[in-house]
Ligand binder design. Structure first.
Ligand code: SF4
Length: 343
């Protein structure tokens, strides 16, 4: 039996994931099915499966989209050229990119227009990296490691440094330090590209790590920020295990140990609860490192359509409860977990 179990806050859904899940839920409610989604809506198998069961079809290329269909672009951000292809083929295209990914796209555009070569630190083939590199494909290179930085071809160029939002701080900082020493006039964004959710979850784990022997991180293998949480703890010389479902606990020996449990930004909290109940520790504590208030509104094209629809319904059925028809005004207090339960 686990001795002390610490359930860490913040964990799980970030504001970008909340927004994307609610956006796709709204789309299923107001448009004819099937609804298409470019890339996995968020990198979590349970959530993707839940939407597949409701007739969402996930695609990896605009060519897979039938003409005049409805499509949502995922939270990870889409290259401008690809977004345009989707707009041209679809009847309605809703971009649910996280605003913090959009920030990186804006920086890439600005630096590129100012004649900079951009070193983008990220994971090859990750959806977010593919989207960001598509903003200025001729002026951007990808590096994943300090060694990649040594081997790149930009030795004497005017350089800017950007990053995928979900890196481990321990992946980003050595590359940042090395780049600063290599390029005298290197330009960086005013505010770090690593997003608040990524850094808050990592800092919380670092702060609790002295108290525990092992860490469980709930999330899918495709989730970059989940893997970053595992890396963060491993770099401290401690054991961390990524857990997708209860079944993954099977081969772990947690008897007599002190354990912390957290979740990546796309992992639903009911899995954390199931695991916590299953472990049934001698002592359960809720460790709150910091609280998060961030809220990202739904994509504007979707807000416009929902508002129009609400207005139409109010005019057609004036006796109906006003609040029941005004979904948009309640969006801030409607959680992604409630949205998923409503499917
Ligand atoms: S992890 Fe950060 S960048 Fe990614 S969706 Fe969440 S808030 Fe946005």
């Amino acid at each position: 039996m686990v001795d002390n179990l610490y359930v860490v806050t913040p964990r799980g859904f970030c504001a970008g994931v909340e927004m994307a899940i609610k956006a796709l839920t709204w789309m299923l409610k107001i448009y004819d099915e099937p609804v298409y989604c470019y890339h996995e809506i968020v990198h979590n198998d349970w959530i993707v499966q839940k939407f597949k069961e409701k007739n969402v079809i996930f695609i990896e290329d605009p060519k897979e989209l039938p003409t005049d269909s409805i499509v949502m672009l995922s939270a990870h951000g889409t290259a401008p050229k690809v977004e345009m292809e989707f707009k041209n083929i679809s009847m309605t295209s809703v971009n649910s990119v996280c605003p913090l990914v959009t920030k990186v796209h804006h920086e890439a555009k600005k630096f590129s227009e100012n004649g900079k070569k951009i070193i983008y630190v990220g994971h090859k083939n990750h959806d977010e990296a593919i989207g960001a590199l598509g903003v200025a494909p001729n002026n951007m290179i990808l590096v994943e490691t300090v060694e990649d930085l040594d081997n790149n071809s930009l030795q004497n160029e005017n350089v800017a440094l950007l990053a995928q939002t979900t890196l481990a701080m321990s992946e980003w900082e050595p590359i940042l330090n090395k780049a600063r020493s290599e390029y005298e006039n290197i330009e960086l964004p005013r505010k770090s590209d690593l997003c608040y959710a990524t850094t808050n979850r990592q800092k919380a784990l670092i702060n609790i790590s002295n108290k525990v022997d092992k860490v469980l991180v709930v999330g899918s293998s495709t989730s970059s920020n989940t893997n970053a949480l595992v890396t963060t703890i491993n770099n401290l010389g401690k054991e961390a295990y990524r857990i997708e479902t209860l079944a993954d606990l099977r081969n772990l020996d947690l008897d007599g140990t002190d354990v912390a449990i957290t979740a990546g930004a796309s992992a639903p909290d009911h899995i954390v609860k199931e695991i916590t109940e299953h472990l049934n520790p001698n002592n359960l504590e809720f460790y709150i490192d910091t609280t998060e208030e961030e809220y990202f509104p739904l994509p504007k094209e979707l807000r416009r359509n929902i508002t129009g629809l609400s207005k139409l319904l109010k005019n057609m059925f004036p006796k109906n409860d006003k609040d029941a028809l005004n979904g948009i005004s309640k969006d801030k207090s409607w959680s992604a977990t409630e949205a998923l339960s409503s499917l």
